[in-house]
Every structure is written in structure tokens, then in C-alpha cells.
Design a protein around this ligand. Structure first.
Ligand code: HGY
Ligand code: MN
Ligand code: MN
Length: 445
């Protein structure tokens, strides 16, 4: 329906005074379209729809205690990805799935300028919440839906992305889907990765029909990657800030340590004759715990310990534990890794072996993207601070290939990787609007 001329001119006046007004218009009203597009276009997301999508996705892999469990390459993971795919294909976006299961949806722009990719992951840890990863994917979906229904065709294509196995808790390394997309891990290496039960990703990709695709993004020149994520820490809430403008991500190094002892009877074996993997690993863990006191800014976590045979009256023959160390500075991270190795070789009762499970260098995001995020936050009137991320993210991996950046919203109590993970709808909407604003800012460049 074409509006009569006087109403169209009224609309022009409206835009002059209410530049952020969103008024549906037909693309054939060229004068208005040109005027509207050259305006400082300011779309806002549909908060009710985004809230609904978050609620619906959280039902997939829902735990009975209110948390979410969608381990990578599980049935729930495939169901979660299919949910996102359905929303995007119903909106008419062009869907592509690559050989490891990364999902992409394309909204074509008017030019061949490098495209803007926005997204995150939908896999979770086993005791996950409803925001880690899901927020970034569903906010990206909402941005695409909003742009498409507004009739605005950006000069750059927009690619919504959902990367597989960001968490890496079942199959390591973490950030596996973005590692594959950025050419840092091969399809064979992905398929060969096994979980604690010896099941490989290759076997899961065969079992989960439809998980793996055959498509690529090779014909799309992507220039930028933007990820909205919950902070997963206490900084924004402590300082009562709306938005984290993320300038980089600290590095991480994951090691699996195996202490080889000898099983024997708990009652008959004299203490001096024991090769007790249980006691030795306990000493090692408490020595490792001192490292953050020696290296400022170091974070060290021993998150998983497995005893064998794990019986009350049997001296442990083997103990396996994981060491997760993180630091924003590359040299200090390497120093911490060297000290871990030294500590492990200082005792002689048991043989110790180590295996590196994952390692990602600290990264610094693109100034252009950081300022686009800062601009979007400022023009929306949100309070913000520039900060680095304590958690690893797909953006950290993709930063090697695209000009990348991230947006944080506060986490209640700084809690994440926990069923209590929570951010308010107001915070979710703020983050999604900053994502949409940053995309619009980058399309103008
Ligand atoms: O471990 C991490 O930092 C991320 O959540 N995978
Ligand atoms: Mn995450
Ligand atoms: Mn996580």
C-alpha cells in the first residue's frame, strides 16, 4: 500500500524530529527509503520476542533443577541447534551448516563489502544456565529478524553464527567450532576427539543424523565478528554498570595431569612402602594452589579429579586431575605453565605424566569494533566500562581471522557455569540493542 504524498511528506517530517521512530514503510517509497537509510538509523530489538526465544531454547536440555545441559554433540545439542535453525529459516534467511555442525544464516546486503558475523554458541557445560552462549546466538537472531522486518537492507551482509562445542567439557579443545571455522583445527582432528568414555566426535556425527553439513562460507567475505555474552564474573554488577565493552580475552592453558602409583591394601601396607597416587596428587594440588600468590593476575583451577580404583580401602594406583590456568599476559601465562611443569617433577614417589588439552593465547580486539560497541552503548545512554574477558570465547578464536569484539552484560552475583546463572530482561535487552547498534555503526563504515 503506497501512502498518499502528503502522508509520505509527513513521515519525512516525523523522521526529522523522531529519528529513532520505527515506522514500517514499503521499499517502493524510494525518497523515504533513501532518507531513512541515510539517517542515523536506530533500530531497537523486539524484547518480547527475544525473551520468548531465550525461554524456549532453555527448555531444550532443561535440567530438573532449573539449569540447562546441552553438551556438545549430544541429542540436546542437536535439538538446540535445530531450534535456532528453524527460527532463522522461517524468517527467510539462507541457512548453511558446515562439516562440524557450525550453523550460519545469511542476510544479504547491498554491496560486497566484508560482511559482519554475529553470534556465539548454544552448547553448555553439564551444570549450565540459560544465558552462556544462548544469549549471543539468540540476540544475533533477533538483530537479523529486526533488520529483515524493518525493510532496511544494510550495505554489508549480516551472517548469524552458532559455533559448536565452545565449552569443550566433553570433547577438547574448547572453542572447537570456531577453531575449525578459522582453519586452526582440521576436520580429522575434530572427528578424532574422544570423550571420557572413548566415544569420538566422528562417531557422534554419524549417530546424530543431520548434525554435520557439507556447506561452507567460502563465497562470503566476512570482515567482522561481534559476540554478545554474559560477563560470567562480578565486575559489571559490583560497579553497577550496564555494558562491558570488551577489549580482549585472557589466555588459557588446560593440562591433564596423571599421577601413576601402585594399588595396595590400605591396612597392611606400611606408609614408607607406598606409591600412593592419592596422597601425592593431594600434595601436588596444594602446591599448585600457591602459584596465583606468586604470579599476580593468574587464575588456577583444578576442576576435575578422578581416582582409580576410587575405593575406600585401596591405595590409589592412579589419579588424573586437570589444571586450568588463565592470564591476560602471554609471557606470564608461559611462566605459569613452566612453574606447573616444575612443580610436577619435584616429587619422586610416583611417576607423573601430563597432556596439554587446550591452549589459547590472550587476544586484543579490533579498535574499530571496540569503538563501534562503545559508540552503540553511549548513544543508547548505557553506563559502560572497557574490560578484558576472564572467560574464553569464540570471538577470541575468530579474532585471528576477523576484526572482532564483544559486548558483556552483568551476571547476577558474577555467577556462571552454574544453574543459578541469571541476567535480567532489562540487561538482556540492553546488550542486544548495543549489538544491533554496533552492527548498524559498522555498516555505515
Ligand atoms: O572455559 C571457558 O572460559 C569457556 O567458557 N569455554
Ligand atoms: Mn560462553
Ligand atoms: Mn561457558
Amino acid at each position: 500500500m503506497r501512502l498518499p504524498l502528503h502522508l509520505r511528506s509527513l513521515r519525512l517530517v516525523l523522521y526529522a524530529y523522531v529519528p529513532y521512530a520505527y515506522v514500517p514503510y514499503e521499499a517502493d517509497e524510494i525518497p523515504v527509503t533513501i532518507y531513512f537509510t541515510h539517517m542515523n538509523l536506530k533500530l531497537q530489538i523486539d524484547s518480547a520476542r527475544l525473551e520468548q526465544h531465550l525461554i524456549e531454547l532453555a527448555q531444550i536440555g532443561a535440567r530438573t533443577d532449573g539449569g540447562v545441559c546441552r553438551l556438545a554433540f549430544s541429542d540436546a545439542d542437536l535439538e538446540g541447534r535445530a531450534y535456532v535453525e528453524d527460527v532463522l529459516s522461517e524468517a527467510g534467511l539462507e541457512i548453511r551448516i558446515d562439516p562440524v555442525g557450525n550453523l550460519f544464516a545469511i542476510l544479504r546486503g547491498t554491496s560486497t563489502l566484508p560482511a559482519i558475523m554475529i553470534g556465539s554458541h548454544t552448547d553448555t557445560v553439564a551444570t549450565g544456565g540459560r544465558y552462556d552462549g544462548a544469549l549471543g546466538v539468540l540476540a544475533a537472531v533477533e538483530c537479523a529478524l529486526r533488520i529483515k522486518e524493518s525493510g532496511w537492507v544494510p550495505n554489508r551482509s549480516i551472517v548469524v553464527a552458532s559455533f559448536v562445542n565452545e565449552e569443550g567439557v566433553r570433547f577438547m579443545p574448547d572453542m572447537m567450532g570456531s577453531l575449525y571455522h578459522s582453519g586452526q583445527i582440521s576436520l580429522d582432528a575434530v572427528a578424532a576427539a574422544t570423550d571420557l568414555n572413548g566415544v569420538s566426535i566422528g562417531q557422534e556425527l554419524t549417530r546424530l543424523q543431520g548434525y554435520a553439513g557439507t556447506e561452507t562460507l567460502e563465497d562470503i567475505d566476512v570482515g567482522y565478528f561481534l559476540e554478545l555474552h554474559i560477563e560470567q564474573g562480578p565486575v559489571l554488577e559490583d560497579e553497577d554498570l550496564d555494558i562491558g565493552v570488551v577489549t580482549g580475552v585472557q589466555g588459557l592453558s588446560w593440562t591433564e595431569v596423571t599421577v601413576h602409583g601402585a594399588s595396595n591394601h590400605a591396612g597392611t601396607t606400611p606408609m614408607e612402602r607406598r606409591r600412593d597416587a592419592g596422597l601425592v596428587s593431594g600434595e601436588l594440588m596444594s602446591n599448585l594452589r600457591q602459584l596465583p600468590n606468586e604470579i599476580e593476575g593468574l587464575r588456577l583451577t583444578i576442576g576435575s579429579v578422578t581416582y582409580h580404583p576410587n575405593l575406600i580401602n585401596v591405595i590409589a594406583s592412579k589419579v588424573q586431575f586437570t589444571v586450568d590456568i588463565r592470564h591476560p599476559d602471554s609471557a606470564r601465562l608461559q611462566d605459569a605453565e613452566a612453574r606447573v611443569k616444575r612443580l610436577l617433577t619435584e616429587q619422586s614417589v610416583c611417576q607423573i605424566t601430563c597432556k596439554s588439552l587446550a591452549r589459547v593465547e590472550p587476544c586484543t580486539f579490533s579498535e574499530q569494533v571496540v569503538s563501534a560497541v562503545q559508540n552503540a552503548s553511549d548513544t543508547s545512554g548505557y553506563s559502560s566500562k572497557q574490560m578484558i574477558s576472564g572467560a574464553g570465547h569464540d570471538a577470541q578464536i575468530l579474532n585471528s581471522k576477523f576484526r572482532s569484539g564483544m559486548i558483556f552484560i552483568p551476571s547476577r552475583g558474577g555467577i556462571s557455569h552454574n544453574i543459578e546463572e541469571y541476567s535480567s530482561l532489562k540487561q538482556v535487552v540492553a546488550g542486544a540493542n548495543v549489538l544491533l547498534g554496533a552492527v548498524q555503526h559498522l555498516t555505515e563504515k
